[in-house]
Write a new protein. Structure first.
Length: 292
């Protein structure tokens, strides 16, 4: 399912959580949605999933307005970190309800996932640990196999082993049953290899939307004698810098071609790539105008 977002704004009283966002998300990809706490990620996802009516703008799913659209709702699954179930609910009842609501529900796969995450479906929600609640949310999200699957920090509370199992299951099932998946996370480096495209939000706005591989090659660190680094960085966008004695290190935003690197190395400079997490930290710690 493709997604078109046009001038989307979400307000809570005087607080603007999503500020005139525009996005085009092609179907059949895994998207990573990154942002600091309070950046507007959950509000954006809630509007995409029709959990919240936009204050302005529109969300179109496969060309149809998403809000209060039952055709879109049946084909969309939104799993939040809070697990939208009552503590008194039994897990088996929640699974039965999901099977009735989702035409694409795969019960054998759900049973397999319960076994993978060692969850007893006879338990009530109140009997689950924090990690088990997160894992059960993953079961509901993956087994639904909806054309649009949204997982909003669904890993919270899961230990390293459970998260690894989650990533493996998500990728394996996506390859066998392609669909559009949006995954919101703070564990950037741990899960970045899953993403085909990355969206970065900051203070209600989308500041980056690009292919993952392009982002990996977007920035570079330059270290060396102060004057040589200063000369190399002149006219470029500096995301961060450190100075110790006569040595300066800068993080630059933008591609540096091999010829420039070769000349820089001849001048005593050293170059290193920056990961998506480092790029994210630099971009979201800048003043808003500078991060655009």
């Amino acid at each position: 399912m493709s997604i078109e977002i046009r001038d989307l704004t979400v307000r809570y009283g005087r607080t603007v959580a999503v500020d005139s966002v525009g996005l085009d998300l092609a179907g059949g990809k895994i998207y990573g949605l990154l942002g600091r706490n309070g950046s507007g990620k959950t509000s954006l996802l809630s509007a995409i999933a029709s959990y919240r009516k936009p204050s302005a703008g529109v969300v179109l799913i496969d060309g149809e307005e998403a809000y209060e659209n039952p055709r879109v709702a049946r084909r969309t699954c939104f799993i939040r970190d809070t697990l939208d179930l009552s503590d008194s609910d039994r897990l088996r009842s929640a699974l039965d309800l999901a099977a009735r609501l989702r035409p694409t529900w795969d019960q054998p796969y759900a049973e397999k996932l319960l076994d993978v995450f060692q969850i007893d479906p006879g338990k009530r929600v109140s009997a689950l640990s924090r990690g088990q609640r997160s894992a059960f949310g993953v079961v509901l999200g993956l087994a639904a196999r909806t054309p649009l699957t949204i997982l909003d920090e669904s890993y919270l509370g899961m230990d390293a082993v459970a998260r690894t199992l989650f990533y493996r299951e998500l990728l394996a099932d996506y390859l066998e049953h392609p669909r559009t998946i949006i995954l919101s996370t703070h564990l950037i480096e741990e899960v970045a290899d899953l993403f085909e495209r990355v969206i970065i939000m900051d203070r209600g706005r989308v500041i980056v939307h690009d292919e993952t591989d392009a982002l990996r090659g977007r920035g570079v660190t330059v270290t060396g004698p102060y004057e040589a680094v200063t000369a190399f960085a002149a006219g470029r966008v500096i995301l961060g810098e450190q100075t110790l004695g006569g040595v300066r290190a800068v993080t630059l935003d933008g591609h540096v071609d091999p010829g420039e690197i070769e000349r820089g190395e001849a001048a005593g400079l050293s170059f290193g790539p920056i990961g998506i997490q480092d790029l994210f930290v630099h971009l979201t710690s800048q003043p808003l105008e500078a991060s655009r």
